[in-house]
Design a protein. Structure first.
Length: 357
């Protein structure tokens, strides 16, 4: 099969890690007899430098014309004093919305070989965990009505959380369908004891759950979920939640794996096109030093094969190669912890994965 992939390398370590993922995808294409055509477009700080805007129209058009999008990361101190509307990170909201990406899938998995990297006690993570967070991405408080006004105590600012039944059903379906392919458990997280929007969320999820009798469904308040994630993470399979709660909980879930450089993500819409990216940022502190861990981006590439192109065997091959390299004891600097020895560079780690593939 032949696929066109738009590459948004972005800033900082973005170009290094995307180049690594491209090499792994090219090797996978060779092995399985596919052809991937890669076309780079500007996004973030590098786009501001070249065009004055973090998300040029050419980038949007290029992504819309592609079968899928692989993103590195955007931002860095150089652009920190850009006005709000022109900050590199603004491009992320813009491209998600231009591509109609309303779902964010974030796996948080503890790799057996990296168990020691988790900040949780051994007895909590002994059996590992494998959570898929399904976060609503284009609604809720990040997109709701906002502004400044005169309030009881003078000037105040406000943001609004609003969700429609349609938006809740849309994300709920993704969660239930995802659970059907895993261990068939969905936990919906809300704050229905306080928020009206959460009460509608919960009511709509309950209705939807009736259509999936095979899935074991539960609700949890977000404050409890934040505690349960560190107390007993293996109780979760698929978590579905709103934009803001998902933003916070998915970062918490990534921390308990102990390795930000390992975590991939997918943003999906109604069709097969998605945008795939590591969860970490542009790591300006190590940019250009060949020290970045490329695995989160490589695993994002694997997610692209699985979710956008339906190439599960190929995705499994990449994920297995990453596991084998870790099992063999290879580590980039961020994964060393208290281990002695010399860490692999970004390029060396990429080559190890390609060798195993
Ligand atoms: P960050 O994720 O870039 O870095 C946090 C820490 O983790 C740093 O010490 C960094 O060196 C390390 N790290 C991150 N990824 C790594 C990798 N692959 N390998 C090894 N170490 C890695 O977060 P930050 O420092 O808060 O943000 C830096 C910039 O990135 C900011 O401009 C921020 O706005 C931006 N950012 C972008 C995205 C995105 O593009 N999706 C996400 C988060 C932050």
């Amino acid at each position: 099969m032949e696929y066109n992939i738009a590459l948004l390398k972005g800033d900082g370590i973005g170009p290094e890690i995307v180049d690594s993922a491209v090499r792994v995808l090219e090797k996978t294409a060779d092995k399985f007899g596919h052809k991937f055509n890669f076309t780079p477009y500007l996004i973030g700080g590098c786009a501001i430098d070249a065009t004055g805007k973090p998300l040029p129209q050419e980038t949007i058009d290029g992504c819309l014309a592609s079968d899928s999008v692989l993103l590195g990361a955007v931002g860095g101190p150089k652009w920190d004093d850009q006005p709000g509307g022109n900050r590199p990170e603004k491009a992320l909201l813009g491209i998600r919305s231009a591509l109609g990406l309303f779902t964010n899938l974030r796996p948080a998995q503890l790799y057996p070989a990296l168990r020691k990297a988790s900040p949780l006690k051994d007895e909590i993570v002994a059996e590992g965990f494998d959570i898929m967070i399904v976060r609503e991405l284009t609604g809720g408080i990040y997109f709701g009505d906002r502004g400044y006004r005169q309030g009881k105590y003078g000037e105040e600012a406000y943001d609004t959380e609003a969700y429609s039944v349609t938006e809740i059903e849309r994300i709920g379906k993704v969660a239930f369908e995802t659970a059907m392919k895993r261990s068939k458990r969905v936990c919906s997280i809300d704050k229905a004891n306080v928020l009206e929007s959460s009460r509608l969320w919960r009511k709509t999820m309950h209705k939807l759950a009736e259509q999936y009798p095979e899935v074991e469904y539960s609700d949890m308040f977000v404050d409890n979920a934040a505690m349960q994630l560190v107390r007993d993470p293996k109780q979760f399979d698929v978590i579905v939640t709103s934009n803001m709660f998902g933003d916070i909980l998915s970062d918490e879930a990534s921390q308990i794996t102990g390795s930000i450089g390992m975590l991939a993500s997918a943003s999906l819409g109604a069709g097969t096109r998605g945008m795939y990216e590591p969860i970490h940022g542009s790591a300006p502190d190590i940019a250009g030093q060949n020290r970045a861990n490329p695995m989160a981006t490589i695993l994002s590439g694997a997610m692209m094969l699985r979710y956008s192109f339906g190439l599960s065997e190929e995705a499994d091959a990449i994920e297995n190669a990453v596991n084998k390299v870790l099992d063999a004891g290879h580590r980039t600097a961020d994964l060393m912890g208290t281990d002695k020895g010399t860490p692999l560079t970004c390029t060396e780690m990429t080559e190890k994965i390609i060798e195993v593939l």
